[in-house]
Design a protein around this ligand. Sequence first.
Ligand SMILES: NC(=O)c1ccc[n+]([C@@H]2O[C@H](COP(=O)([O-])OP(=O)(O)OC[C@H]3O[C@@H](n4cnc5c(N)ncnc54)[C@H](O)[C@@H]3O)[C@@H](O)[C@H]2O)c1
Ligand SMILES: [Zn+2]
Length: 369
Amino acid sequence: MPMLQVQLGGQRNYPIVIQPGGLDQLGAWAQKRVAGRTAFIITHPRLFRLYGPRAADSLKKSHFTVHTHCVPEGEKTKSLQQLESIIGVMLKKRMDRRTVIVALGGGVVGDLSGLVAATFMRGVDFIQVPTTLLAQVDSSVGGKVAVNHALGKNMIGAFYQPRLVLIDPAVLATLSARQFRAGLAEVIKSAVIADKVFFTYLEKNMAKILQKQMPVLTETIRRTCSIKANVVSQDEKEHGLRAILNYGHTLGHALEAYHHYRTYLHGEAVAIGMVAAALLAHMEGMGDKKIVLRQKKLIYQAGLPIQGKNESVEKLLNYMKVDKKSQEGKLNFVLTPQIGHARISNKLTPFSVRRAINCVVKGFAAEDI
Ligand SMILES: NC(=O)c1ccc[n+]([C@@H]2O[C@H](COP(=O)([O-])OP(=O)(O)OC[C@H]3O[C@@H](n4cnc5c(N)ncnc54)[C@H](O)[C@@H]3O)[C@@H](O)[C@H]2O)c1
Ligand SMILES: [Zn+2]
């Protein structure tokens, strides 16, 4: 069974267990990782019907008392009101500092539950059981937890690490094809920024991944998590290196915001953002055209968009300037001079940024540049 470690030093290290069928081992793993024996599962009604009983039974077998709380699906659930309401439920149930929060869901459940864990009585233990591909390869690892503010996404949050991440790739069987493909954008991103061999593996195996063939899917999740675990272990709070995980995100976030989060899923916007970043690196003389084309092809093979919907470049640039990842008004771009290597640049000329974005939102081919 593949197992990785996020290394933050001593007590704060935690395992990422990746195992098809692993949901039934939740109790056994939790027992080893946390002291309390009261579990509070936070999930969505639909996910509760699909996977709640198995998660709860497994915890009960390992002598946990289990409570479950369902929140509505969708980004709106990441709110201060939800946070307060969940904490109200926990207080009414007389839960205490030894309660263990179990996030059973995608990034929405994970981010919200993590902030509940970080703030309930100044912090209780937290277990991530991610059920979307995006959550399995990205949001459940690394301890960024947050809710949204009316003025911006993830503006109220914390770095709060889980005690355990338990990934069961088999639960992806019920995930929609669109959500699954969106998660693949983060997989491709990780390979582009950090692992050339993995990128080639993805080129060879994309068809099997899309069919959700278990050995290949498990290996894909393992390799992506390993990249994230490595980066987070070196730079937990994004003082430097961790920012490379934002490859494709500068434009990606702007595209999401431009359409008020209604048009693109996060991964779809990131996919377009990666094509723009690849093109930009090439325009800046950092890499040859082949690197752009390989990325574009793999993104396309994954069933993700490689061009925008003719958005206004000036408006997108404005969104990019207010993104919390921009620093003192300068645009931060992660660029990849080669597959497997990333570097952060804030010295780009507005001219080439405009040109690259223009090409990508209008769907000009990289070959035409
Ligand atoms: N903390 C981080 O580091 C980080 C990183 C990336 C994204 N995020 C956050 O993650 C969120 C997006 O997460 P997401 O893409 O997982 O979306 P999501 O949590 O909204 O899940 C997408 C949909 O899939 C459904 N679903 C989940 N698992 C399922 C399964 N196994 N079978 C069937 N349906 C299933 C959910 O009910 C939901 O409707 C955003 O809020 C984003 O800000 C956080
Ligand atoms: Zn992302």
